[in-house]
Ligand binder design. Sequence first.
Ligand code: NAI
Length: 248
Amino acid sequence: MFSLKDKVAVVTGASQGIGRETALALAEAGAKVVVAARNEEKLAALVQEIAGKGGEAFAVKLDVADAEQTKAAFKTILEKFGRVDILVNNAAITRDGLAMRMKADDWDAVLRTNLTGAHLCIQQVLPGMMKARAGRIINMASVVARMGNAGQANYVAAKAGLIGLTKAIAIEIASRNITVNAVAPGFIETPMTDFLSDKVKEELKTRIPLGRMGSGRDVAAAIVFLASDEACYITGHVLDVNGGMYLA
Ligand code: NAI
């Protein structure tokens, strides 16, 4: 079960954190993984790591906030592999601040990367997936899209938008046998949450019924499942991976 043998998967923001773990897990399940992000050095190291474990990976420099670069990156991917079976829209940034004082640049950058970036990547893979009448699109949302979070109006709006995007496109392309789902992680140990103090982390853990922060691998496992043939009848769904911290 859950074999992705010979599938071509693209993971955006794969240079670290959840994206990196997802790339490793997809490769472990047999997929050929295109790791796409801005940091080419980290990507090269990841490609080597996957190859060292007997998998196949290919690095592509990609800034999802840049429409022209996104087009060019997917052109390269399609030239090399001929198709994309699985797209994981994982790339994201935070620019936290209270809404009242939020700078326009911080609002725009987060919406552009976290929401528009996913839309741009989806546009690049849809023609091929529609022709193939097959495909998996998985968008990385967040628990905060469901529960809100003070100081993150831009990030929460983008993640809630991503859930809306997931549902709209799921309906639009369901007749072509393409599924579109979202994963909503809770608090996961990655560079994105590293900056939190130990005190804040301990406080957060008291709000998580399973009593610990999640790992990148916990989230990656959910993605491998949604990417698999076995998940063929699931679409427009938001899969919570949050240790029970928010029960929707
Ligand atoms: P991270 O900051 O460690 O990784 C984010 C990745 O996205 C990095 O590889 C970064 O280089 C890449 N990225 C950022 N902007 C980009 C751009 N314009 N183009 C291409 N790549 C870009 O964060 P983490 O924690 O691994 O997050 C991964 C995903 O999971 C994100 O979508 C995040 O919002 C989401 N998430 C994370 C949670 C956590 O607790 N860590 C909780 C809920 C959601």
